[in-house]
Design a binder for this molecule. Structure first.
Ligand SMILES: *Cc1c(COP(=O)(O)O)cnc(C)c1O
Length: 407
């Protein structure tokens, strides 16, 4: 077989569909993020990033940087081993305590990333609980889907956020069969939020465990940044809360928070936790500082909300269609992969604005979009430039607009 020929043909297929992924080469400017330098061959230009998951700019927060510098200088670069074999440093222990406290749970367990935490925790729970059935929301993240698949447990998909459908599936199972309901709070691409309380009601009625991915909510919602479950007073009703340290917390890593027994079980049986080098201590220290800071400070959250509101209002004023949702994510709907890519290219080339096009398979075909994530580090001038650029582009490309209410 001509292996490379095969790879080329597959990639050409992606290109023809407009779904070939091109990474922007970025150098984030620490201290002036969302500004970054974008390189393309020999060319280098300053751009403003509008699609980062560093939602609060914590990746450049002085407290986070100081904690990382200090850990690097005092304990060195790497952890030096898996958690079991010499890699559990004091920074890991402190961070797990901090995370358990954040979610009001007895314990927490750290992983290399949010992806790994979902894959390993869901995979282990569903595989090892005898006869477990997993009820998975249709829009769950790839990491949850892969974990569930890997477990080989029976899996049923309920229509996105559809409580009636979830109940139907639960009711069809024997009462004493172990059940695990897996879902997210803020869905990352549409920005809608799950009816968590009602899902907990169903879980209690049908004797199911709940597994909530709060990756796009931790740091951002709730008085201490504990997520939507904290904001709604529901943390104690969830069996497992999963989160990332790589998005609003601005560093890297993933975790689950749950009972002592559940965390100890995953710690003891999950291959993806056991057989990999622990996070660098400086990463754990930086994440810990970030979590601590956002427990105390609501200023970043408040300003983010204000920026989101401003961008939405300005888009509405010029009739640019964006999905209505109660979160911080603004999906500007384009509905065509080639146009979406084109818009993103022109924004970058002519306006110094970087918004990665979101195409299949991240979202269903026909729902391609520009996903905008305003943050407290975007200025009013940044918003002006964004809105002006989008207005120009919409006119230039003759894209559909919504009727604008008389002002
Ligand atoms: C990004 C993401 C993850 C993975 O988290 P990482 O820390 O980036 O690996 C998990 N779940 C959802 C919903 C995500 O969007």
């Amino acid at each position: 077989m001509d292996y490379d020929g095969f790879f080329r043909a597959e990639l050409d297929g992606l290109r023809e569909e407009g779904n070939y992924r091109v990474f922007a080469d970025l150098e984030r400017a620490c201290g002036s993020f969302p500004k970054a330098v974008n390189r393309d061959g020999e060319a280098a230009r300053e751009v403003t990033i509008w699609c980062s998951n560093d939602y609060l700019g914590m990746g450049q927060h002085p407290a986070v940087l100081a904690a990382m510098h200090d850990a690097l200088d005092t304990v060195g670069a790497g952890a030096g081993g898996t958690r079991n074999i010499s890699g559990t440093t004091h920074h890991h222990v402190l961070l797990e305590r901090e995370l358990a406290d954040l979610h009001g749970k007895p314990a927490a367990l750290l992983f290399s990333s949010g992806y790994v935490s979902n894959w390993a925790a869901l995979g282990t729970l569903a595989a090892r609980i005898p006869d477990c059935i997993v009820l998975s929301d249709a829009l769950n993240h790839a990491s949850m889907i892969e974990g569930i698949r890997h477990s080989r447990a029976e899996r049923q998909i309920w229509r996105h956020n559809d409580l009636g459908h979830l109940e139907e599936l639960l009711a069809a199972q024997p009462t004493d069969r172990p059940k695990l309901i897996a879902f997210e709070s803020v869905y990352s691409m549409d920005g809608d939020i799950a009816p968590i309380a009602e899902i907990c009601d169903l879980a209690e009625r049908y004797n199911a465990m709940t597994y909530l991915d709060e990756v796009h909510a931790v740091g951002l919602y709730g008085p201490r940044g504990g997520g939507v479950a904290e904001e709604r007073g529901l943390m104690d009703r969830l069996t497992v809360i999963e989160g990332t340290l790589g998005k609003a917390f601005g560093v890297m890593g993933g975790y689950i928070a749950a009972s002592e027994e559940l965390c100890d079980f995953v710690r003891s049986f999950a291959s993806g936790f056991i057989f990999t080098t622990a996070l660098p201590p400086a990463v754990a220290a930086g994440a810990c500082a970030s979590v601590r800071h956002l427990k105390e400070s609501g200023a970043e959250r408040a300003l983010q909300r204000e920026r989101v509101r401003q961008v939405r209002t300005r888009l509405d004023a010029i009739g640019i269609p964006h999905k209505c949702n109660p979160s911080h994510i603004i999906p500007v709907m384009v509905g065509d992969p080639v146009k979406c890519r084109y818009l993103s290219d022109i924004l970058l080339r002519d306006h110094g604005i970087y918004i990665q096009p979101i195409n299949y398979p991240t979202v269903p075909k026909g729902t391609e979009r520009l996903r905008i994530t305003p943050s407290p580090v975007h200025s009013s001038a940044d918003i002006d430039r964004l809105v002006t650029a989008l207005e120009d582009l919409w006119a230039q490309c003759q894209l559909a607009r919504l009727p604008v209410a008389a002002q």
